[in-house]
Write a protein of this length. Structure first.
Length: 232
């Protein structure tokens, strides 16, 4: 992600409905994982998700390819390392959890990223991955934020399992708003990373939160979430 997009994201992530609900998903997943350990947040941008990990008791480190993102994460009091996700500067089997939200779609050699995730995970360690789904939703937004692909359930599963990880769960998110997103993206001429009017933001938040209670995770959405583990 370009520096300008990083700055725009940092300006939005604490209030924007999309980022707030994704952090809520991360919190719920962390509760299921049990006792905290060492965590690595790959492609962390300014560390919004890293802060969630730290608040949940994890010894978390943020990494990003963008030096600006690393600087901002450090300004926020987070441990942060400038790193290429295809060659992580961490010892093998050193992490209990690796998160990679909106990372794989930016990298042509996505298999190298999942292989690195598997390498740094300790046996039994978990990976939490989020990617944009469905090439049918491709738009100017994807071009603007540097995507090289959107994923289907099969393509995401393959790149994860070939790295030696076992998929525990795979589900769709932002299902209810998919028709609205598809319509908006067809008219889009650039990035969707923009401030949303407060009333609209509140309304979209209510809709996307409703997915916590509805059986829609097997339907097509805008994002795919995957939880996997190494070994056993």
């Amino acid at each position: 992600m370009e520096t300008t997009e990083i700055r725009r994201l940092l300006d939005l992530e604490d209030t924007h409905w999309w980022y707030r609900e994704r952090r809520a998903i991360l919190r719920r997943e962390l509760r299921d994982l049990g006792r905290p350990g060492r965590a690595l947040d790959v492609g962390a941008a300014g560390g919004g998700n890293t802060r969630v990990l730290v608040e949940a008791g994890w010894d978390a480190t943020a990494t990003d390819y963008c030096e600006t993102a690393v600087e901002v994460a450090r300004e926020r009091g987070l441990k942060a390392v400038h790193a290429d996700a295809r060659a992580l500067p961490f010892e093998s089997s050193s992490m209990d959890l690796v998160t990679a939200f909106d990372v794989l779609e930016h990298i042509h050699e996505d298999h190298l990223v999942t292989e690195e995730i598997a390498r740094v995970l300790a046996p039994g360690g978990h990976a939490l991955i989020a990617v944009p789904c469905d090439m049918a939703l491709w738009s100017a937004h994807d071009d603007a934020v540097g995507h090289v692909r959107r994923y289907g359930r099969d393509t995401l599963t393959v790149v994860v399992e070939k790295a030696g990880l076992r998929v525990d769960r795979l589900w769709s998110w932002n299902v209810l708003l998919r028709p609205l997103v598809a319509r908006h993206r067809r008219r889009s001429r650039g990035s969707d990373l923009q401030r949303t009017p407060a009333v609209v933001n509140a309304g979209l938040s209510m809709v996307v939160r409703a997915e916590r209670y509805l059986p829609v995770r097997s339907l097509k959405g805008v994002t795919l979430f995957l939880r996997a583990r190494l070994g056993r």
